[in-house]
Write a protein of this length. Sequence first.
Lengths: 113, 113
Amino acid sequence: SQQGEEDPQALSIQEGENATMNCSYKTSINNLQWYRQNSGRGLVHLILIRSNEREKHSGRLRVTLDTSKKSSSLLITASRAADTASYFCATVTIIQGAQKLVFGQGTRLTINP
Amino acid sequence: DVKVTQSSRYLVKRTGEKVFLECVQDMDHENMFWYRQDPGLGLRLIYFSYDVKMKEKGDIPEGYSVSREKKERFSLILESASTNQTSMYLCASSLRLHRNEQFFGPGTRLTVL
């Protein structure tokens, strides 16, 4: 089955630097989403990019999508210690009128003060 | 704000017990989902429901069943709990197709002894 695969699995940077995480997938998608998860908590939706979009911004977040390469990237600019979390991409297809999300294993991001 | 609540944050059960995990959302969402999250495996979809009394198997339905008698409530049932069902269980809900983001509950960490 299709699956978003994040790269790298773990990333550690200094506060103020930019963090880039990548996601690759295998089959056609309706859209791709990025989620954040703080330790021991549920996931929080960050941003959604549709298959006909190439780039999207939300605050310090920038997401790109390249459907020809079946890949997406999440850029967090001017990172803060509070950005420390796991980040997941999820690819979406529509099956029988309902969306199905398939999550990758995530990138664990650590921002060092 | 959308709120998704789960009946327990932590639960400890014994092998063979019947376990009920409850999830309630307060935004009249059509779709509801149950995932489990395990280290190294990411989030995996167990079951989902796109309407009251409707349910669809996800990727790993074996050993689980679900119930959706009311729109706001989606229950996950472990008929006979086993140690390999020790995991973090996450419930999510979403609006219909024009709003695809999923809203997650805080999760239930289940330990089966």
